[in-house]
Design a protein. Structure first.
Lengths: 133, 504
């Protein structure tokens, strides 16, 4: 039991991140619908963001704001750097999602479907042999 | 003296110049669409000249350290130029410059509605690539990798239809690769509290053997292997390279996967050191075997293709194998990273020439299929001659660049006593002869029924022909320059920096 508590509950943030990451990965691999794939990708990325944010958290720490009182009273505060990094990474992830969604819209215009297998079927004679581009 | 203090600001100017020019092109393109191309050419030319100054400075005076915003290194972001990234920067900007000249007529023909956006995104692509090479901070590297890849997704998709599917596959795999890279950064940050490459290399050695560090290394390797299409993770590459506009195919094959290789070398040899990869995590033999499989597998699949650009894309998979074999053998020979770094330039020249030639056939007659190339050798003599020269270079006709790579790789393999890799190089060369000969046969030898189309084809415009010819000639000129060993001091400096090349 002690082992269990030490491995699972004391480090629950890592377990949450691994489980979420695997859910996202399952979505990317197993789903046929392109929008669901993008959702899977988002869960995958968010899991990593949660990992970073939980790295910076300090038990009982306050927000990392430079303030006379915090310094004087010797409060502990969270590490701000992982949070700042993730702010950048969220922007990247939003941009990726935007590009992915716009690609899906264009594919829907071209093929009339967003199921990957149907798109592969409809585009199979394009490009392989005498392609017209 | 004044010059050298100016050059110290070039690393950041190279990145900022193309970022600013992306915005300028977008605004100027609103007013007059024709300005877009000229602004782009001017910027990339300026960056290329700046990169030559940087290389000169690095070779004569020493590495350049630029502190962004004046913050000192472990806290602020630092741009560092040493022999390795100065060399990669010169290669990438040269290729970018020639491709942008080629793109003028081709883009007006292929994407007439999207000229301005094309050049805007092209400049963002150059920004990202320059950023990856100049930065000395791994999180900054992650951001630039994403900038590069996001612009690459957009450029690949620009032709529509099947290119959209190719771009989407690349997007999903590329994002997974980038996420793994980010996770590796997180693991390293959690044990060291630093993101600066130099700082990490000092903080990590006491922690070698720690499982977090090992896991971080694995995440870096897998993430970057997806980005550089190392053998089992290459599945996004053929479609993406085949259906992009041709100058983007040339950039993708010639530089984007090579810059990812640069990031790989930087992570394995700079962040982690020679001691880590030889004692704690002996990855080099695995890499050489994967590279050997890629060399054979890529060539075999290239034979199966009738789509010319797809064939070239599979050939890129094989050529990444050559580069990775050079990296894999680097720790056990006195040549160090020399063959791998050589092939980064060599492959860029050869593959860019071939993709630009393929673009010429598509520009003139929408020819995608090798079987439609009948009699092309007489109709487009210069383009076909350029392709022929590049194909001969890739097969390894002395004194071409391909010959130099193979020569050095064979010496490295013999020195490392890995005789099987010599055999692999020979087999892969034979397969290369096979698939390039097929194209050459259709171009020059098979005549008769002139294909399905009415082929009234003549040469491409001069602004497209000259880039193709320049690459074709350089395939041999650079080969001779390698053989008389003028640029070898640059690579020796890289080996010295990483402590390679001493093993006898």
């Amino acid at each position: 039991m002690e082992w269990f508590i030490a491995k699972i509950f004391a480090k629950y943030n890592y377990w949450v991140f691994i489980i979420l990451m695997m859910i996202g990965f399952y979505g990317i691999v197993a789903k046929d619908n392109l929008i669901k794939k993008i959702i899977g990708l988002n869960i995958f990325q968010t899991a990593i963001f949660l990992f970073f944010i939980s790295l910076g958290a300090v038990k009982g720490g306050t927000a990392p704001i430079v303030d006379e009182e915090i310094i004087r009273k010797g409060y502990i505060y969270a590490n701000p750097l992982p949070h700042v990094l993730i702010l950048t990474a969220i922007v990247v992830s939003v941009a990726t999602t935007a590009v992915a969604l716009s690609l899906v819209i264009r594919m829907h215009q071209e093929y009339g479907t967003i199921e990957e297998s149907e798109i592969i079927e409809k585009s199979s004679d394009e490009g392989m042999t005498r392609a017209q581009g | 003296m004044i010059m050298s203090s100016v050059v110290e600001h070039f690393p950041v100017l190279v990145v900022v110049a193309s970022l600013l020019s992306a915005i300028t092109i977008f605004i100027a393109g609103w007013i007059n669409r024709k300005t877009a191309c000229y602004i782009s050419v001017a910027t990339v030319l300026g960056q290329f000249i700046a990169s030559l100054f940087i290389l000169n400075h690095v070779m004569t005076i020493g590495p350049i350290h630029y502190r962004l915003g004046g913050w000192s290194p472990p806290w602020g972001i630092e741009y560092v130029m040493d022999a390795l990234n100065a060399y990669v920067l010169v290669v990438l900007l040269f290729l970018g410059f020639v491709c942008v000249i080629y793109s003028k007529r081709n883009i007006e023909h292929e994407l007439p509605q999207k000229v301005v956006t094309f050049y805007t995104i092209y400049q963002l692509l150059i920004t990202g690539l320059c950023g990856i090479t100049v930065t000395g901070d791994i999180f900054n590297m992650y951001v630039f990798i994403e900038i590069t890849c996001l612009s690459a997704y957009a450029l690949i998709a620009s032709r529509g239809k099947i290119a959209l599917k190719a771009s989407f596959t690349y997007l999903v795999l590329g994002s997974i690769g980038a996420c793994f890279f980010l996770l590796g950064i997180g693991f390293l940050y959690s044990v060291t509290g630093s993101l600066n490459i130099h700082d990490l290399s000092l903080l990590l050695p006491p922690l070698y053997g720690n499982r977090v560090v090992l896991a971080a290394f694995v995440f870096f390797i897998v993430g970057l292997s997806i980005k550089m299409a190392l053998f089992p993770l290459h599945t996004w590459l053929p479609d993406a390279h085949a259906f992009a506009p041709s100058e983007i195919s040339a950039m993708l094959s010639g530089i984007i996967i090579e810059v990812s290789t640069y990031a790989f070398i930087r992570i394995t040899f700079s962040v982690f050191t020679l001691k880590f990869i030889t004692i704690y995590f002996p990855i080099m033999s695995i890499l050489s075997w994967l590279a050997a499989i890629a060399m054979i597998f890529g060539s075999v699949l290239a034979i199966a293709q009738y789509n010319f650009k797809r064939m070239l894309a599979y050939s890129s998979v094989a050529n990444m194998g050559y580069i990775m074999l050079g990296v894999g053998l680097s720790t056990s020979t006195s040549l160090g990273l020399t063959p791998a770094l050589m092939h980064i330039l060599n492959h860029a020249l050869m593959k860019a020439c071939m993709f630009l030639a393929a673009g010429a056939f598509i520009y003139k007659a929408d020819l995608w299929d090798i079987r439609d190339f009948q009699g092309l050798g007489r109709k487009m003599p210069y383009t076909c001659m350029a392709f022929l020269l590049a194909a001969l270079a890739m097969i390894g006709l002395p004194p071409s660049v391909g010959f130099v790579t193979k020569w050095y790789l064979i010496i490295a393999a013999l020195e490392a006593k890995q005789f099987i890799f010599v055999g692999v190089i020979f087999i892969s060369t034979l397969l290369m002869i096979f698939y390039f000969w097929r194209v050459i046969e259709y171009m020059y030898i098979r005549v008769g029924d002139e294909g399905k189309k009415d082929m009234r084809i003549d040469e491409i415009p001069r602004s497209m022909l000259i880039p193709v010819m320049v690459f074709a000639c350089l395939c041999f000129i650079i080969g001779i320059i390698w053989l008389i060993e003028i640029p070898l001091p640059i690579l020796d400096k890289v080996n010295l920096m990483f402590g390679l090349g001493k093993v006898s």
